[in-house]
Structure formats: C-alpha cells, structure tokens
Design a protein around this ligand. Sequence first.
Ligand SMILES: Nc1nc2c(ncn2[C@@H]2O[C@H](COP(=O)(O)OP(=O)(O)O)[C@@H](O)[C@H]2O)c(=O)[nH]1
Ligand SMILES: [Mg+2]
Length: 377
Amino acid sequence: MDPENSAPSSSSSATTGDKKKPVTIITIGMAGAGKSTFVQRLNSYLHSQDPPSPPYILNLDPAATFVPYEPNIDIRDTVNYQEVMKQYNLGPNGGILTALNLFTTKFDQVLNLVEQRANSVDYVILDTPGQIEIFTWSASGAIITDAIASSLPAVVAYIIDTPRTTAPATFMSNMLYACSILYKTKLPFILVFNKTDVQPHNFALEWMNDFEEFQAALATHSGSTDSEGEPTYMNSLMNSMSLVLDEFYKNLKAVGVSSYTGAGFKEFLEAVEASRDEYENAYLPELERAKAQREKSLQDVKADSMNRFMKDLTIDREKNPGSALADRWDPEEEEEYDDGDDLDVVDRSEERGPEQYVDVTRARRHDTEDINWPRPG
Ligand SMILES: Nc1nc2c(ncn2[C@@H]2O[C@H](COP(=O)(O)OP(=O)(O)O)[C@@H](O)[C@H]2O)c(=O)[nH]1
Ligand SMILES: [Mg+2]
C-alpha cells in the first residue's frame, strides 16, 4: 500500500483502492460481561498476527477508572464525567449519559480521525460504557452507531457472560435483549460467549440449534411447574418467546471466546470477515434506500412549504403593496456563526498527550462561546 495515497475515500463502496476498508467492531454487553477485557485481548491478538495488525481503538466509557488497553481515542480526554455530574447535579448514570451526549456532539471530529486511518488499519474497535442501556437506549448510542456504520463496514459483537447465563430464563432474557439490539441497529451481529475458560458455551449452542433441547431445559428447571404439576405462567410465556427466538438465531453467528486465554479469537475474526459481506449485501443497500427515501420526503416537505409560502406571499403583496421594500435583506445584519470548534477530540497516537483534554463543562464560561448544553430531564 502507498502511504502517500492514504487520503480517505468518501465513496460508500467498501474498498479503497487495493485495500479493504477496516471493519468497525462495536462491542455491546451487560456490565461485567467482559467488554473491556475482550477489547484488550482482541488488541493483543491482532498485534501478535503475522504481520501485526494494530487496530484503532475508541474507548466510549467516560466512567472507566482503568482501561486495560491503550485507546487511540478516549472519551475521558474530552469529557470529565465527574465534572459533568457536579455541574448538572446528576447521579452516576445521568453523568455517564450526559458525558456521552456531549462527546457525541463532537463525533464528526472522531469520524474524521477514524477515516484518516482507514487505509492503514484493518479493524476499528469500540468499547462502550459498562451499563448496556446507556449505549443501546440513548440517542447518542444510535447516532454513534449510525455515523460509524454509514462510513465503514460495521458489526455488533454482543458480549455474553457465559457462566452467568446458564439458567434457561436468564439465557432467554439475554437473547431477547440481543434480539432487540439486532432489530434496532440492523447491523451484522455476532453473539460472543465470553469467559469460556470458566464455563464452556456448548450448552448455549445446543439450545440455539435445537429448540426441543431448550424446552426440555426449561421444563426441568425448578419453578417451571406449580404445586399441581401444571406449567407456570412464566414457563408458558418463555415457551412461546423461545419460538420467537428461533427465528432470530437464524440471523446471526455465535462464537465462544475466553478473553483470559485468547481461545476462540481466530473464529471470532472469521465471523467478522463473514459479516463484511453481509454488511455490503444487506445493510448497505438498506442504508442507501433509507437515505434516498429520507431525501425524497424532505424534498416533498420543502416543495410543499415553498408552494404555501409563495401563495401567502402573493396574498400579502396584494394586501400591502408597500411592504416589499421593508422585507429586503440587509447584508450588514449578518450574524456571526460559531460552531464551538475549540472542544477537541484527541487522537492519543498523534502529537498531543492524553492530559490535554478540553473540559467541555467549562466551555460555557468561555467569552467567545455561547453554548447552551441541553439539560437532561
Ligand atoms: N474468567 C474470565 N473472566 C473474565 C473474562 N473476561 C472478563 N473477565 C472478568 O470479568 C470482569 C468484568 O470485565 P470487564 O472487561 O471490566 O467488563 P465490562 O464491564 O463489560 O467492560 C473482570 O473482572 C474481568 O477480569 C474471561 O474471558 N474469563
Ligand atoms: Mg468496560
């Protein structure tokens, strides 16, 4: 590859010249499932490849006290989540969510930095906040996911705490959660059964492949029948929901890994490569169709409001013939536009050190700035 020619391409095709675009791996999972440890292991696995293939890593968890890898971009360099808590009188979850929202307002800068590396890395990895809902049920999580996925091939790695999901009911609620994320993001999806050093994941594969196995597990699990031997309400609810899941399982890949030992990472990367085609054949056309539709309805709305405006104007001019002069545009009155560019996202791998974060919570005190961050709630 020619490093002189590494300008990011704006085309939506998944290849730039002779090199494939990097795939973005978005890790999502319950708190403690092992997302950060997984990112660390994936990072060291990629470094140990021959030739080494260092990924570009983004840490999006503002509240992480310790990050077990060196991120290229770290949300903690841009927003100080404890300052956000203090300034907006928030608890920890509100603070994390607001910090993520503030960071998202600068995500165009992040995307620029990522696109600049598109020709030199094979993988971009996102580590998300500990609490799953902060990313999956927030506007910023959706904005970040959509922004990334419309620029590069992307895949969701749903990290599962395997030892904690051996009970059929827990397993099913975890799968339903995964299902909701699949349908929300519509991205290629990999179920990553983590911690297989503690608990092998074959039970999960059996349940996913054979519906009757799962039903049997449900039936033998305590609490599935009442004192008269009848299936409980919970049990019959779960039986019908597991039918729904059967359909969902057909749409995804599952791998078992151990972020401790590194087992399964080869299979994981194979699943990622397979997802690239899925992204190009299914996600991308859908994205373009949705974009075209949005543009068309925007055009329709514009045309409609323009028509109404012209009609109103004609009536107005007929009523007040002198008012046209007063409506003239005065170029002297032009307002200055300030886009708040001094809140910078830092790429740690470039010249500036991680200490130099810009505390966005102080930005409003800046003389030249007039930002009014929306307060949640
Ligand atoms: N045994 C074992 N423990 C793991 C594995 N991956 C993560 N952990 C542990 O699980 C806990 C949560 O991990 P962390 O990466 O912080 O989870 P996160 O909240 O999803 O980012 C930590 O104590 C990790 O050491 C694994 O593959 N095997
Ligand atoms: Mg973490």
